[in-house]
Design a protein around this ligand. Structure first.
Ligand code: AFP
Length: 333
């Protein structure tokens, strides 16, 4: 590709499909639904204050968190855009307790989509960055139970991505062959490729964690933070995983959500947040690990989920920075 070529998200996906002769185009069709949903949600986020859809919607989601009005709207937009894609079997939203079965395998259902419609939504009222996160899995043939179809380790994801509604709207996508970044050009209504094949810097002296909980972090994480304080590190934390991970991806550093007193097993949702963000980071040359309160750790993408709303503690980012965190955890033999 010549540098001056203008490539939209849709043409980029079609080009990828052309590399696989015999491809049915089903997968491309799903990604185009996500792109459409992203544009609709971006427009709604931009007009949120004008349309008065900020603030709590009243209901609580399955995690006991108050749903913001825009959470509910974003969820409906995604369901509406994905609902008619003929190859989709099951979708799971962070906002819904149960997965939605769209069609059976015998009726052509081949793929599952998992999404967090508006991550970081507690930041909406203050105009800080929020995002949509998604993960696409193959529906393994013969698996009838929708929960079993979704409970696959992150290494089996076919694609993952996020859309950050920040000072500009960006769509970050991996289909397992590197990570590409598209920016929404509002004047033409298209996501255009701005950075192909993003690589995360190997290092970056920035850690991103909610340090207010540090008294209840495992001792190894507290030791790491004391080490970072003495080694010239900066701290950056928005409280919106998409925004915090996006900064980490571009600038390097490490993002952590360790076990805390409030969430001893971790707060991040494995299927909705951990796996897709972990795949993006690893596809960009970074590292994503799951940790526990005793200092045990292992590859995040190899964790086998048992429930769709399972939570996890994770560390992800530049390979050298993740290694620096792990070096402070106690040895567990
Ligand atoms: P919300 O979507 O409820 O705002 O939660 C966002 C989130 O799951 C993730 O995006 C953040 O990294 C994390 O929670 C922030 O949690 P703390 O507020 O406990 O730091």
């Amino acid at each position: 590709m010549a540098d001056h070529n203008l490539v939209s998200l849709e043409s980029h996906i079609l080009r990828g499909e052309a590399l696989h002769p015999g491809s049915s185009g089903d997968f491309t069709w799903i990604l185009s639904a996500l792109s459409l949903a992203a544009k609709v949600i971006a427009a709604k986020v931009r007009r949120a204050r004008i349309e008065d859809v900020l603030g709590a919607g009243g209901a609580t989601n399955v995690h006991g968190e108050t749903q913001q009005k825009l959470d509910i709207i974003a969820n409906e937009v995604l369901m509406a855009c994905l609902g008619d894609r003929p190859s989709l079997s099951v979708v799971a939203s962070e906002e819904h307790e149960e997965p939605t079965i769209l069609r059976l395998e015998s009726d052509g259902g081949k793929y599952c989509v998992i999404f967090d419609p508006l991550d970081g939504s507690s930041n909406l009222d203050v105009c800080a960055g929020v995002g949509t996160i998604f993960s696409i899995l193959r529906h393994e043939p013969g698996v009838l139970d929708p929960v079993a179809a979704l409970c696959q380790p992150g290494i089996r994801q076919l694609a993952a991505g996020y859309i950050l509604y920040g000072s500009s709207t960006v769509f970050v996508l991996t289909t397992g062959n590197g990570v590409d970044l598209f920016a929404l050009d509002p004047s033409i209504g298209s996501f255009v490729l701005v950075t192909p094949n993003i690589r995360i810097p190997a290092r970056g002296r920035t850690y991103s964690v909610n340090e207010a909980y540090s008294l209840t972090f495992p001792e190894g994480i507290r030791r790491y933070l004391a080490w970072a304080h003495g080694h010239g590190y900066s701290s950056r934390y928005i409280g919106s995983m998409v925004a915090d991970v996006h900064r980490t991806l571009l600038n390097g550093g490490v993002f952590l959500y360790p076990p805390t007193a409030a969430h001893p097993g971790g707060k991040l949702r494995l299927l909705y947040e951990g796996n897709p963000m972990g795949m993006i980071i690893e596809q960009a040359g970074g590292r994503a690990v799951a940790i526990d309160g005793e200092g045990r750790f292992g590859p995040l993408l190899e964790v086998s989920p048992t429930t769709i709303h399972q939570r996890i503690s994770a560390v992800l980012g530049s390979p050298q920075e993740v290694a620096a965190v792990l070096a402070h955890l106690p040895r567990v033999d």
